[in-house]
Design a protein around this ligand. Sequence first.
Ligand SMILES: NC(=O)c1ccc[n+]([C@@H]2O[C@H](COP(=O)([O-])OP(=O)(O)OC[C@H]3O[C@@H](n4cnc5c(N)ncnc54)[C@H](OP(=O)(O)O)[C@@H]3O)[C@@H](O)[C@H]2O)c1
Length: 259
Amino acid sequence: MSSQTYLSGLFSLDGRVALVTGGSSGIGRAVAGALARAGARVVVVARRERQLAETVDELVADECDAGWVSADLRTREGVRAAAEEAASVFGEPDILVNSAGINLRPPLGELGDDVWDAVMAVNLEAPFLLGQRFGPGMAERGFGRIIHISSQQAHRAFVQSGAYGVSKGGLESLARSQAEAWSPHGVTCNTLVPGVVLTPLNARLSADPAKVAELAARTMVGRNGLAEDFAGAAVFLASGASAYITGQSLFVDGGLSVH
Ligand SMILES: NC(=O)c1ccc[n+]([C@@H]2O[C@H](COP(=O)([O-])OP(=O)(O)OC[C@H]3O[C@@H](n4cnc5c(N)ncnc54)[C@H](OP(=O)(O)O)[C@@H]3O)[C@@H](O)[C@H]2O)c1
């Protein structure tokens, strides 16, 4: 057997359909690209059409199958409509990646209901609703992969974690509940935990070289994360190779959390 054949047996996503929320930017975009290049037909979901179209154009130019749906995941109706539209592109997804997220930063003492509601809606409720929509179908078909993107702030308070850290803690618990519900039927549910990744989400931070260096020094690898650092872990968790791994949180953080 060639090494190519062996590796394909473990990791190929040929024939799979993936839905990636937040797939038009940062970590989600890198994950969508990785899943598509590993063989999946990928639908990316976010609000801004130009970023969505650019992402898909890049993948199609690379001979991948990709499509996009513009939707606001902040409302239940928005999530439900997005789910139906996304499923109509290539069919029901086998792989669901929840990368869409927002980080509004008022300290907890100054945080109003509106910020709480917005953060919970996008970061926690949308992944819950999408899981409810697609998890049972994956279980019925006997294969599924749900991958959430949480944060080190699920594990410790850091630069005003406020509502954000709470939403991400809930997200990792959601992965465990989903794992309990659907793993007996071939659906694994796991979380990738980023440390500090230089993406548009923290553009303000990236613009401060001293802060960037200070955070890099807190890792073991000696640099902050890049969106591309998530490609391999995402393909692994989406593939057949990870069939016996479920309910887990995998830190992709250069050792930040253990330093
Ligand atoms: N970067 C980091 O250091 C870091 C660290 C820990 C965790 N994370 C987590 O990793 C995930 C990805 O973050 P990132 O750094 O890649 O951020 P990013 O570059 O800002 O991407 C966020 C994505 O989510 C989409 N999105 C935001 N609000 C949405 C809404 N209401 N409806 C639909 N889509 C929405 C955005 O597109 P539109 O704006 O066009 O809708 C975009 O595609 C997030 O869950 C974040 O919390 C990031």
